[in-house]
Design a protein around this ligand. Structure first.
Ligand code: DON
Length: 318
C-alpha cells in the first residue's frame, strides 16, 4: 500500500470492545449538563438540550453508534471544514493559503476585530470571515451553481444527499446582519466581490441537515485520505486531506483549539447546533452531537465524549 494514500497512521487498534468503549464514552459525558443551547440564531434556541449522539466510523466502514445518532440537526460551522477541502481540491494549496490563511486568530468565530487586526485578511478558514471568503471561491458561474456545488460536495463526504433545513436557513438569513457586516468589511479590503451573495450561500451551507452518523462518515472520509469508506468514492485527494486536517488541528475549535489539541490531540471541528467532527487520521471519523455549548461555541458533551474515546482508544496524535 502507498502510505501517502492514507492521511496518517494506520487502522484503529483492533480493540475487541470498541462498541463498549463508545457506550462508556457516552455514559461518561451524559451527566455533564453544563453550557447552553445557542440562541443567537432563533431557530436553534428550540433544540432539545438533552439530545446526545455519538458515532465512530472506521476507515473500513465499520460503525459504532450510541444515542440519538439519527436525529437531524444543522451542520453549521462543521461545513467550513468540508467546503475548505473542496475549495483546496479545486484551487490548490498555494492559492487558498494566500487568500484565506491557516492561522488561529485567537478571537471568537464571528469576530470583526480579527479582520481589522489582520489588515483585512481573513487568516483563518474556520471562522466566519474566512469561511465566507472560502465559500465565495467555489468555482461556479452563478450563486445557484455555487450553492449546488457546495451541497453536492458536502453530500459526497456524507455519502447521501443532504437537504436544507428551510426553517434554520430562514431564521439565520433574517438575523445574520453580523455576517453581512463581516462580508462587507472583507469587500472594503478588496477580498470579496459579491458579499451578500457569498453570505447567502454560506448561510445555506450552514443550514444543511446532517445526523451524528453523517458527521462520522464525513470525518471518516478525511481519515481515509479522501475516500468515503461507505460509498468508496474519492471525494478529495490525500494532500487536500492533510492540509484540511492541519487546519482543523490548529483552528477547528476556535479560541479553544489549543486546549482541545492539548487534551484530546485530534483534528476537530464544531458547529453551533451542537455537532462536532473529530478525525483520527488513517483510523476513523468520530461524530458527536449534543446542543449545549461552552462559551466558545463548542458542544460540551461532544468534547467530553470524544476526549474519553481519544484516551481509551489511544487516538491522541502526539
Ligand atoms: O455563521 C454563523 O454564525 C453560523 N451559521 C455558524 C457558526 C458556528 O457554527 C460556530 N460554531 N461553533
Amino acid at each position: 500500500e502507498d502510505v501517502r494514500q492514507r492521511a496518517a497512521t494506520g487502522p484503529l487498534p483492533a480493540h475487541p470492545r470498541v462498541d463498549e468503549l463508545v457506550e462508556q464514552a457516552y455514559r461518561w459525558a451524559m451527566p455533564d449538563t453544563s453550557g447552553a443551547v445557542a440562541d443567537y440564531i432563533p431557530a436553534l434556541a428550540d433544540a432539545d438540550p438533552e439530545l446526545f449522539g455519538l458515532c465512530v466510523v472506521e476507515v473500513d466502514g465499520a460503525s459504532h453508534a450510541v444515542g440519538d445518532v439519527d436525529v437531524a440537526f444543522s451542520i453549521q460551522s462543521i461545513s467550513k471544514a468540508f467546503v475548505y477541502a473542496l475549495v483546496c481540491e479545486e484551487l490548490g494549496h498555494a492559492g487558498v493559503l494566500e487568500r484565506i490563511g491557516v492561522d488561529n486568530t485567537g478571537l471568537a468565530f464571528n469576530s470583526v476585530m480579527a479582520i481589522e487586526l489582520n489588515d483585512g485578511h481573513p487568516r483563518n478558514p474556520m471562522v466566519n470571515a474566512g469561511a465566507i471568503a472560502t465559500t465565495a471561491m467555489v468555482p461556479a458561474a452563478d450563486p445557484d451553481a455555487r450553492w449546488a456545488a457546495v451541497r453536492t460536495g458536502l453530500s459526497r463526504f456524507a455519502g447521501r444527499d443532504l437537504a436544507l433545513d428551510d426553517e434554520v436557513y430562514a431564521s439565520e438569513a433574517a438575523t445574520n446582519q453580523r455576517n453581512r457586516a463581516i462580508a462587507r468589511l472583507l469587500e472594503s479590503y478588496g477580498r470579496l466581490e459579491d458579499p451578500l451573495e457569498a453570505v447567502d450561500v454560506y448561510t445555506r451551507q450552514c443550514s444543511l441537515l446532517v445526523t451524528t452518523r453523517d458527521v462520522a462518515v464525513m470525518g471518516a472520509t478525511l481519515a481515509d485520505g479522501g475516500v468515503n469508506p461507505v460509498t468508496g468514492e474519492r471525494v478529495v485527494s490525500p494532500d487536500v486531506c492533510r492540509d484540511t486536517l492541519a487546519v482543523l488541528a490548529s483552528t477547528g475549535m476556535y479560541e479553544r483549539s489549543g486546549t482541545w489539541l492539548f487534551e484530546i490531540g485530534l483534528p476537530g471541528k464544531s458547529g453551533v447546533a451542537g455537532g462536532v467532527v473529530a478525525v483520527a487520521p488513517g483510523k476513523a471519523g468520530i461524530g458527536a452531537f449534543s446542543p449545549r455549548l461552552d462559551a466558545a461555541g463548542n458542544s460540551v458533551r461532544a468534547q467530553e465524549a470524544i476526549g474519553y474515546l481519544s484516551r481509551a482508544l489511544g487516538l491522541n496524535l502526539f
